[in-house]
Design a binder for this molecule. Structure first.
Ligand code: CP3
Length: 395
C-alpha cells in the first residue's frame, strides 16, 4: 500500500521552481548536456562530475530537488559505525582519526551500510574534526567521549592557528572518494562538514560540552573575535566541502549538531552569517545542501534561510509542523526518534507510519532518524526499517 509520496506536483506547498516535475532534457544528449534551469539545485552545465551525473536520477537526489520519487529515500546519520560488527572488525586497533586518513578503509566503511541496509545514499566516513586536524590543530577523538582539543581557542592570538585548508591537506579524501565513486554505481555519496558554530564549540570548550559555557561567553562577550573565529571556520569548512564535491560527492550535509543551544535572535546575529557563507561557497556546484542540528525546533526557519535546500529535523517537531516553520521551497529530512529502534518491530513500524503520515504533503522527504545511529542498535532493525519505508511509500 502506498502511504506517502513526495510529489511536488500535488503538494499544497507547490514551489513554482519545480512545477511540472523534472527539468527538461534533450534526448540523445548526455544527461548533463542541456538543461532548463528551474531551481538552484539543478545541475549546472559542464561542472558536475561523472558520479554526480550518474546519481542524478536517484530517489535521494530527486527528493532533495522536490521532484516525484518512486519511493521515499532513506539513509541514517552515523550509519557507518559502531552498530555494525563488520565496522568494529575493520577498525580493530586503528584509532578513529587514523582510520579517516586511510582511503581503502574509508571506502570499505562507507560502503558497509549501503551493502547491508540498502540505504539510498552513502555518507562519507570521516568526522567533523578531520579538517581541523588536517590544518595542524592538536586534537584527538577519544572513544566514548568525542573530539578533545589540546589547547582550546579562546583569544585573538589563537586565531592564527586556524590556517586555510588546501586540497593537499586532505588528499586522502580525494583519493577515497575517487575509489568510492567507482564502487557506488548510481548510489549517491553525501559529503559533510561540521558547521562553524559546532566546530567552534569543540575548539573553544576543548571538548564535548553540555552547556557550551566558554563558547557562549566568547560569543556574548567578544562579538568581534567570535565573528572572526566563525568566519575563519566558514572558510575552512567551505574548502573542505569543495574538495568532497569536486571529488564526486552528489550532496553535502552541514552538521550544526549543537546549535540548538542558542536562541533564534543569537543564531541570526552570531551564527547564521558564517553558515550562509558556507552554503554560498558551494551553491555554484548545483549539489543539494542539507543542514541539520539537534534540538533546533525554534531555528528550523532560520536554518533553511541560511541557504539549505534540505532541512534536517530531529524527532521533537513533527514533519508537517516543521514544514510550516521552514516554509515553501525546501525538502525536509527526518525524523524518527532513534531510541524507537530499541522497541519491538511493531512499535518501530507504528512510529514510522506516524513519521510518513506527517510527511505525506511535503514537497520532498528524505527519511532519516532524528539524530545518529546509536552503537547498541540492532543492525537488523535498521535494515528492516529501510525495507519498511521503501515498501510503504512505493508508488
Ligand atoms: O554518519 C556517518 O556514518 C559518517 C561518519 C560520521 C562520524 N562522525 C564518524 C564517527 C559523521 C557524519 C560524524 C559527524 C560528527 N562527529 C558529528 C555530527 C553528527 C552528530 O552526531 O551530531 C559530531 C558532533 C561529531 C563529533 C564526534 N565524533 C562525536 C560526538 C563522537 C562520538 C564519541 C563517542 O565515541 O561516543 C565522535 C566519534 C566518531 N565519529 C565515531 C564515529 C564512527 C566513533 C568513533 C569510534 O568508532 O571509535
Amino acid at each position: 500500500m502506498s502511504l506517502s509520496r513526495s510529489h511536488a506536483g500535488k503538494s499544497r506547498r507547490n514551489g513554482a521552481s519545480v512545477q511540472g516535475g523534472h527539468p527538461a532534457r534533450t534526448s540523445g544528449f548526455p544527461p548533463h548536456a542541456k538543461i532548463l534551469v528551474v531551481s538552484a539545485i539543478d545541475r549546472p552545465t559542464g561542472q558536475q562530475t561523472k558520479q554526480q551525473s550518474r546519481t542524478y536520477d536517484s530517489a535521494f537526489l530527486k527528493a532533495c530537488r522536490r521532484e516525484p520519487v518512486p519511493h521515499t529515500p532513506v539513509w541514517f546519520m552515523r550509519q557507518a559505525g559502531r552498530s555494525l560488527p563488520e565496522y568494529l572488525k575493520v577498525r580493530e586497533g586503528i584509532p578513529m582519526l587514523e582510520s579517516c586518513m586511510r582511503p581503502e578503509l574509508v571506502t570499505e566503511i562507507t560502503l558497509q551500510p549501503v551493502r547491508r541496509h540498502k540505504v539510498d545514499a552513502a555518507i562519507y566516513f570521516s568526522d567533523i574534526v578531520v579538517p581541523l586536524k588536517a590544518i595542524g590543530i592538536d586534537l584527538d577523538i577519544k572513544p566514548g567521549v568525542g573530539p578533545v582539543v589540546a589547547d582550546p581557542i579562546r583569544t585573538r592570538a589563537d586565531l592564527a592557528r586556524l590556517r586555510d585548508l588546501t586540497p593537499e591537506d586532505v588528499h586522502y579524501v580525494t583519493e577515497a572518494i575517487g575509489m568510492l565513486t567507482g564502487e557506488l554505481g548510481d548510489t549517491p555519496l553525501i559529503g559533510f562538514a561540521g558547521a562553524p558554530f559546532t566546530l567552534a564549540s569543540y575548539l573553544v570548550e576543548g571538548g564535548p560540552s553540555r552547556s557550551h559555557e566558554h563558547t557562549k561567553a566568547l560569543m556574548y562577550g567578544d562579538p568581534q573575535l567570535w565573528a572572526d573565529l566563525l568566519d575563519r571556520l566558514a572558510e575552512i569548512t567551505s574548502a573542505f566541502l569543495k574538495v568532497q564535491i569536486e571529488a564526486g560527492a552528489s550532496a553535502v550535509q552541514l552538521f550544526d549538531s549543537w546549535v540548538g543551544a542558542l536562541a533564534p535572535a543569537d543564531y541570526r546575529r552570531s551564527v547564521m552569517p558564517a553558515s550562509t557563507k558556507v552554503f554560498d561557497a558551494v551553491a555554484g556546484y548545483g549539489v543539494p545542501r542539507i543542514h541539520f542540528g539537534v534540538g533546533t525546533g525554534e531555528l528550523l526557519g532560520l536554518m533553511g534561510e541560511a541557504g539549505a535546500d534540505v532541512v534536517g529535523v530531529d524527532w521533537r517537531v513533527p514533519l508537517d509542523e516543521a514544514a510550516r516553520r521552514v516554509g515553501p521551497g525546501k525538502a525536509l529530512q527526518g525524523n524518527l526518534d532513534p531510541a524507537v529502534l530499541f522497541a519491538s518491530r511493531e512499535v518501530v513500524e507504528a512510529k514510522t507510519d506516524e513519521v510518513l503520515a506527517a510527511a505525506k504533503d511535503l514537497e520532498g522527504h528524505i527519511f532519516n532518524l532524528g539524530h545518529g545511529v546509536m552503537p547498541a542498535m540492532d543492525p537488523d532493525a535498521l535494515s528492516r526499517l529501510v525495507e519498511y519505508v521503501h515498501t510503504r511509500t512505493a508508488v
